[in-house]
Structures are given as C-alpha cells and as structure tokens.
Design a protein around this ligand. Structure first.
Ligand code: GLN
Length: 488
C-alpha cells in the first residue's frame, strides 16, 4: 500500500515509532499530486516549499519527543479557508490574486497541532454548487470515473482524499458540500454541529449554516481531525462554548439498544433503484448489530430545499456585497464613475451561479418581498428545526441516503439549476437545523461498467458528534466499502 493511503491512525503509529518521517509522508503526497492531479484537477495551489518546511518542523518536534494526533500528517484545505501568505480564491475570478493576510482558526489549529498543509483544493465558486463545475478555474474529476463530477462544493477535497493526494482534507458544508462529495467519492464526510468548529477565516457563504469539517477515508480519521479543529473561538461569536471531547475514545461502543429513525418518504421515486434496495438491506444490517429501527416523520423537512434556496441566496447576496473592487476583490481601471466601477468588477469577477444567487437573494430581501420570501422561509426553517427536535425525542439517530444517485457525468446537469439544487434533498434539512451529520460509504452501483460509490447519512442531535461517530463506526465495521480505493 502507498504510504499516503494509510489511515491517519496507521500513519501516526509509523511516525511515532520512527518507521517513517513527516518529510517522507509529505514527499509521497507531493509525488502523488504531481503524478495524478493533471488528470484530477483537485488542487488549485500546491505549496511544496511550505509543506516541506512544515514537515521538517514536525519531524523536529517528533525527535524532541512531542506526540500529538496530527503531528506530521499532510493535508489539503478547501480554497475558501484563509491561509496566511497563500492565495485564497474561493475558486472565483474576483479573488484570483488574493493573498490571505491571516489564517482561518481551523488552519491555525492544524498548524499548532503540527499537521502539514500541502495546498488548496478546488470548489464551486464561493461554495455554490454540487459538482465543482462552478469553479472559475476548471472542473475537478471524480477518481472513480474521470468522466464524472466528484460532487461539490468540496469536490477538490473529496477527489484528493479518495485518490491519496493527502491523508485528509478540510471541506466546508453549508447545505451538503462535505457530505455529498463524500458520498460520490466513497469517503467519510463529517459536517459538525453549527458552531462546533470556528468559522473565523472561512469566507462566508450562508453565515447561519456554514460549517467546516473533514473528509477522510475512515470514521476514526474523521474523529481524530474533529478533536483537533473543534472548540470555542473568541473570534467567532457563534462558536459553541462546550468542552471538546476526545472523539476517538468511544468509537467502539456499538449500537446495541440504540433507536435509529428512518423516514419512509426518503425512499420515494427520486431515489436510484439500486440505492433504495441497498438502503433496505442496510436496515437489516443495522438491526443485526443490535439497533432498533423506528419509522419517524419529518413533515416539514420536505420544504428544506426551497427554504434553503431562499435563505442561502439572501445571506450570500449580503455577504458577497463586500467584493466591490475597493475593499475586496479584483479591480479594473476601465470605469470613470463609482457605479460603473462596481458593475464592471462584479460583472467580470463573479461567475453565472454566483450572479444568479446574488439576484435571487437581493430580490428575496427587498422591501415588499422580504415578508413573502425571506421571513416566510425563516418561519418554515423553525418548523424544520422542531421536526428534528420532536424526532429526537423518539430516536437517538436518524438514518437516510446521502444523495439520490451516484456521481453524474460532467456537463449533464450544469445548465439545469433546479436539478442541481435537488442534489441536497437529504442534506439541507440538518444544515438548516444546525445538526451534526456524517456521510459514510454505503456501497457501489455499477453504471456503464464502472463501480460508483454512494453514501449513507447519519444525523445526530445538536453537539452529539460522539454518538454520531460511534454509530458511523458500527456501520463501518460490518462492511468493507470504505477500504475500496479507486483505480484510474
Ligand atoms: N449544493 C448546495 C448549494 O449549492 C450546498 C453548498 C454548500 O454546502 N456549500 O448551495
């Protein structure tokens, strides 16, 4: 097995016993990026020099006897997280040459822990999308089938982890952007509770649902990363003031006696037939492991996609207003008055999907329409939250598919925004309710001779990531899907 395909836990043992150095692991990842990223286009920036220097520092700390869960482990970060001294573009032309003056808190925490930042990964512009096709810098390919998308918006991070370009990657999830690409690439994608991980230095999309979290090849790895990046941050007023447990401690507790809730309408006609069959089989598997399956209802959750697509454009139209070519963003020399200066810069700088959302959001917030759209969406959001609260008085965890189908072909959905918005049908509800949720490898379907992965989602009550990861581990233990790696 290639060194960079080891799990974080395995690499940890090798590093701690001196069998391998951080420098060797980093070089292995950089070699893989060099060899494979021409095909994948998962990375927007590779900082070889910085990575090698960070690896040397980690090796020095290891030689001094220091130990830590991520000391010397190479990773990539979605290019919407600020990285001091490195370009942070959000995959947008408007930030094409922007160099971040400070680190996001998650990057800072990983640096302190001695993790080695290799570079930045591709995404849909400003995280708007489900395929990475909205990137201003080209699409990322799915390592399971290069003619397909890796999902989005954290598609670069997902493709990179699946192909072994790094040991883990950071993504962000506002309405599905960690979980959906995890599902398309056979990975574990963890969206923490809103506020569990600081948003400081994450370029805001939808401030009320944005989260940062890991994409990994196993649940244990997700737990390790989450323990390092979580916690209250003075610089993010919405971060949760709760202690951070060691998330890897109770992973093996099993699911005997736990009640797992399933919503029968999740299995409606939109779901791929093979995935539906696999889902029903998975219920028997979970039962065999000792869980009780309980049918539940989330009556308002069916409105989560329309609610999400009113709230999200509203918030992002306001968040993106700062990119005016003066304080933030590219500027052209062409204009001779302020209004045309704004128009010129924003017109050239933003791609079509960002523009669509800015217009939708500005409309939904405008006087005379805010009551009918934005305020109504907020009211329904409250009902969706209550749905989940009520469900969690009956069950411990909720279980659903992650995505209605496996990865789709590049180009087929890009001109159909409604189809694209429906990608997150199972994922936007937990985002609106701020709940932690994880996508885990669920199995494979064969399309056109290729095995394509799909994922299952577990959802837990607020701040119960420990329980969430415990259940995800129990699922992982009874199958070997997560061990399969793409050959391309
Ligand atoms: N696909 C969703 C969207 O386009 C989710 C994006 C995200 O989570 N960043 O808005």
């Amino acid at each position: 097995m290639d060194a960079q395909m080891l799990s974080i836990a395995q690499a940890r043992k090798e590093l701690d016993s001196g069998n391998v150095s951080a420098l060797e692991l980093t070089r292995a990842c950089l070699r893989n990026i060099e060899a494979l990223d021409g095909d994948l286009h998962a990375c927007l920036l590779v900082d070889s020099e910085g990575a090698l220097a960070a690896a040397e520092k980690a090796d020095e700390r290891l030689r001094q006897g220091e130990r830590g869960p991520l000391l010397g482990i190479p990773y990539l970060a979605k290019d919407i997280l600020m990285t001091k001294g490195l370009k942070t573009t959000a995959a947008s032309k408007i930030l094409e040459n922007y160099i971040a003056p400070y680190n996001a808190t998650v990057i800072e925490k990983l640096e302190q822990a001695g993790a080695v930042l290799l570079g930045k990964t591709n995404l849909d512009e400003f995280a708007h999308g489900s395929s990475t096709e909205n990137s201003a810098f080209g699409v990322t390919k799915n390592p399971w089938d290069l003619s397909r998308v890796p999902g989005g918006s954290s598609g670069g991070s997902a493709a990179a982890v699946a192909a072994g370009l790094c040991f883990f990657a950071l993504g962000t999830d506002t309405g599905g952007s960690i979980r959906q690409p995890a599902s398309f690439c056979n990975l574990v994608g963890l969206k923490p509770s809103y506020g569990r991980v600081s948003r400081f230095g994450l370029l805001s999309m939808t401030s009320s649902t944005d989260t940062a979290g890991p994409l990994t090849r196993s649940v244990e790895d997700a737990a390790i990363v989450l323990s390092v990046i979580s916690g209250k941050d003075e610089r993010d007023a919405t971060s949760l003031n709760l202690p951070v447990p060691d998330y890897s401690k109770n992973l093996d507790k099993g699911i005997r006696g736990l009640r797992i809730g399933v919503v029968s309408s999740d299995l409606n006609e939109g779901l791929n037939k093979d995935i539906k069959e696999a889902f029903l089989e998975s219920l028997s598997v979970l039962k065999k492991s000792g869980a009780e399956i309980v049918e539940i209802e989330l009556p308002y959750n069916k409105y989560s996609v329309p609610v999400y697509y009113v709230i999200t454009p509203s918030e992002l139209s306001s968040n993106l207003a700062r990119f005016d070519g003066i304080g933030w963003g590219m500027s052209t020399e062409e204009s001779n008055n302020l209004l045309s200066f704004y128009k010129e810069n924003r017109g050239l700088g933003f791609g079509p999907e960002a523009k669509r959302r800015i217009m939708l959001g500005t409309f939904a917030l405008s006087a005379g329409y805010a009551d009918a759209y934005y305020k109504k969406a907020q009211a329904v959001r409250e009902l969706i939250k209550q749905d989940f609260q009520q469900a969690f008085s009956k069950v411990d965890i909720i279980f659903s598919p992650s995505s209605p189908h496996p990865a789709f072909k590049i180009g087929v959905q890009i001109n159909d925004p409604l189809a694209m918005y429906l990608e997150d049908i199972y994922l936007s509800g937990p985002s609106l309710a701020g709940l932690p949720a994880v996508s885990v490898p669920g199995g494979f379907v064969n399309e056109e001779g290729k095995d394509l992965p799909f994922g299952w989602q577990f959802i837990a009550p607020l701040a119960q990531e420990e329980l969430l990861l415990q259940v995800a581990t129990a699922w992982e233990k009874v199958n070997n899907y997560f061990k399969r790696q793409p050959k391309f």
